[in-house]
Structure formats: C-alpha cells, structure tokens
Design a protein around this ligand. Structure first.
Ligand code: ATP
Ligand code: MG
Length: 425
C-alpha cells in the first residue's frame, strides 16, 4: 500500500524549511521593530466565529470552509484566515482592559485551510503571516501597518510590488452605496454569474469581488464607492493618503477593490506583483484592511482594528523569481571523521563536548572510507574537519583542517574540549 498527502496540501522538506525559517525570522524581527508581539490561537474555532466575521455570502464561508461536527456535536471550522480567531481571543481574554496598550499589536504565522481548486499559489492548506492592531482607530495606525508590510517585502529583497488601496467607508457609506450598486447591476442581472445573481440583493459588494470574467467586465463601469463616503470616512481616507505621501510610499487607488471578507471598513489594501513568478499577471501576495465593527460583532466592546495577511506560498513563488539567494544557509562548524574504531569512539565523545560549547557538529556514522567522509563534510558545508584515529587517541594531539584553505590548527583534544569556540573562530 502507498499513501499520498491530501489534495491541495504540500510537504515542506528540509531544504525549503531553511527558507521558510528565514522568512519567518525576518517577519518577527520587522514586526518587533514596530512593537508587535506574537499571538497563537487555535487552528480551529466555532463555525460561528467565521460566519459572524468573514460573512455568510463570502466565497470563504459559502464554499471554502472545512467545517464539521466533532464527536461532541459542536460545529467546528478549520480556520480559513487569522483575524477572526485573534479578535475572538482578544475579546475572550479581555485584552481591551485599561492595563493593555492601545492599539494592541499582535502577529501570527501558521496554516490556514480553504477548500479551493488547487493550482499554483493556491492550496487547501496554506500559510499566512499576519498582523492585527486592535482597539484603535487612527489613520497613522493604518499607514503604520501598510508601511510595515512594505518594509517586510523590502527585507525579503522583493522590490517588484505595488500597493493598491481603497476605502469602504463606514456603515452609512455601505448603505447608500449598496442601493446605487444594485440599481447599476439590475439591468445586467441575466448576464451575471449565478453566484453574483444570488448575491445581488444579499450583498452586492460581493459582486465587485467576483472572479467571473463577465462579471468583471460588467462591474468595470459600476459607480465608485468613493463617491459615497460620508464626511468622516472621506477625511479619514484623505488622511491615510496624505500620511502615505509623507512617508514617500507610492500607491494606486482602485475604487472597485472590495476584498473577499465582509468585515472590512475604511482603508483596505493589497500588495500585488506582476512578476514572472505569476506569469506576468498581477497577483495579490499580501492583503488587509480595517475592520471597525468586528470586535463588537464578535461579542467585545466597540473598537476598531486593522491588519493584513500575507500568503507565504505566494511570497516564496515571488522570491524564487526575484531573490533566489534568500535562505538560511549556515553549514556545520566542524565535521569529525574517523580513520578507525578507536578514532570513531573518540569522535563521538568529542562531538558531544563541542556541541556542549554551542558549536554545530556532526560526524560519520556509517564507517565509510575516509575520503567519502571528507566529501560528506564538504557537502554539509562544514568550516572545519578533524580526522581522528589511533594516533590521535594515543597522543592526544589533533589537527583541525579548514576547508577551502591550507590553514591547519594544531592543537589537542583537551584544548578542544575546553576552548573550541576560541580556537575555531
Ligand atoms: P484570492 O483572491 O487569491 O482568492 P483572497 O482574497 O481569498 O485571495 P485573502 O483572504 O485576502 O485572499 O488572504 C490573504 C493572502 O493569503 C492572499 O493574498 C494570498 O497570498 C494568500 N492566500 C489566500 N488563499 C490562498 C490559498 N488558497 N492558497 C495559498 N495562498 C492563499
Ligand atoms: Mg480566495
């Protein structure tokens, strides 16, 4: 019998994990520069958490969620995105109390699950790195989040990206825009995709986000939501744009961008690339926005929030194209080879001592011939190799050889046991 991974999942093997870890490490470093701390919430939540937040007419909820009843009869959903769980945790742990900062800044990284048709950059289990700045409402926070996302791309060595922004305003904006949009779309009803027909009266904004080509043609001439912003929303959006300008951040405004999740208000944004990695077609790698009603919707107090999610698989596709040398390539400090059984015993003990000093050390375990061991040392990118045999065991003296130079360090086992870090600098 043979077994295969489930459709839409991938095995990330050690050679790639190096890149993943560097990507994650870089994100942690950049996020901490901006005052963000890590948070880890469950991989699954109650179904209601997502229906309440992501929205019951969204693609995610209607088609893509892994949801099931557990053995206790609870309706459980594997998280399709990170924000809802973080806001649920924020509320449940009362992190809005006076002893906590505002905004409350957190980041997460981990797997998300969506039942989609797998293709390049689209999987059923995929990974996001995301941030949330909770319980505050200020254009500066919006711009800080966007600035941080772009800074992250800079740290990944990817410059071929563009920032696209829009504003969805507040509830009043949505109410007045909703009717205008329905009025515009009604005459095209017969031509709309079945999904869009279904959503036209339930949630017409969803039609703007349709992936159907005919739908996309129709919505091209739809009224702009920006014409329906009330004074507060309009001023808020102007402030966001002004602050972006002040930081020298370039952006495009796309008034037809709405995003796939219902909870967004005011500022939304996407970081896109038309790199060869995506066949030259603009593809979204990082997306986010403000969600001022969400804390309350999930049972917490009134309070705004903003965040983004970055798709790690898509980022890696992009980086393979734009910055292929990015990885955490650090080899061994020392590889210990042995010429005979006595040397092998000593090698095992010396390896332990060197590791206790914090060095990265490995040895041969297979008893292959010396030249093969040295080749292996080279393959593992070792800086140094040591040959141990009966002579070294008897004399206590050893030679440490440096790869890619003729340099040799003549020393002793005792010296290595006590002082290897200094010796092998
Ligand atoms: P799309 O329009 O491509 O379906 P989305 O609007 O559903 O994207 P978001 O929910 O905003 O995506 O998620 C943010 C990011 O997560 C995306 O920009 C993308 O990089 C990544 N992402 C989303 N769904 C998947 C998936 N199924 N596989 C891999 N990455 C994904
Ligand atoms: Mg999607």
């Amino acid at each position: 019998m043979s077994f295969q991974k489930p459709k839409g999942t991938v095995d990330i093997l050690p050679s790639e994990v190096k890149t993943w870890q560097k990507i994650e490490g870089t994100a942690r470093r950049v996020f901490s520069q901006y005052g963000y701390q890590g948070i880890r919430t469950p991989m699954f939540e109650s179904y209601d958490v997502f229906v309440r937040s992501v929205g019951d007419t969204s693609d995610i909820v209607t088609k893509e969620m892994y949801d099931f009843e557990d053995k206790g009869g609870r309706r459980i959903t594997l998280r399709p995105e990170g924000t809802a769980g973080v806001v649920r945790a924020y509320n449940e742990n009362k992190l809005y109390g006076p002893e906590f900062p505002k905004p409350y800044k957190v980041y997460y990284m981990g797997p998300m699950f969506r039942y989609e048709r797998p293709q390049s950059g689209r999987q059923r289990e995929f990974h996001q790195i995301g941030v949330e700045a909770l319980n505050s409402e200020s254009p500066q926070v919006d711009v800080e989040v966007i600035d941080m996302a772009l800074n992250l791309f800079k740290n990944y060595g990817v410059s071929n990206v563009k920032l696209v922004i829009n504003s969805l305003g507040n509830d009043a904006t949505r109410d007045s825009y909703r009717q205008a949009l329905i009025d515009y779309l009604k005459p095209f009803y017969e031509k709309l995709s079945p999904d869009s027909q279904e959503r036209l009266y339930k949630n017409p904004l969803r039609v703007l986000d349709s992936k159907d080509e005919t739908d996309q043609k129709i919505v091209e001439k739809a009224p702009s939501i920006l014409d329906y912003l009330d004074d507060y929303s309009s001023k808020y959006f102007e402030d966001v744009k002004r602050l972006l300008d002040e930081l020298g951040i370039k952006y495009e405004v796309d008034s037809s961008m709405v995003r796939g999740l219902d909870y967004y208000t005011h500022t939304i944004f996407e970081i896109m690339s038309d790199s060869k990695a995506f066949g030259g077609k603009y593809t979204t790698v990082c997306a986010g926005g403000r969600y001022n009603g969400l804390m309350k919707e999930l049972g917490g107090p009134e309070g705004g929030g903003i965040g983004f999610g970055l798709g790690v698989e898509r980022l890696i596709l992009l980086m393979q194209q734009e910055n292929p040398d990015f990885s955490d390539e650090t080899g061994l400090d020392v590889f210990i080879t042995s010429a005979d059984d006595k040397g092998n015993d000593l090698a095992f003990k010396l390896m332990h001592d060197l590791r206790m000093q914090g060095l990265k050390v490995d040895k041969d375990y297979e008893g292959v011939k010396l030249s093969t061991q040295i080749k292996e040392a080279n393959r593992q990118n070792a800086k140094y190799y040591i040959v141990l045999g009966s002579n070294e065991v008897q004399s206590g003296k050893v030679t440490v050889n440096k790869f890619d130079s003729d340099e040799e360090i003549n020393t002793s086992i005792d010296e290595l046991k006590s002082n290897a870090v200094q010796l092998l600098k």
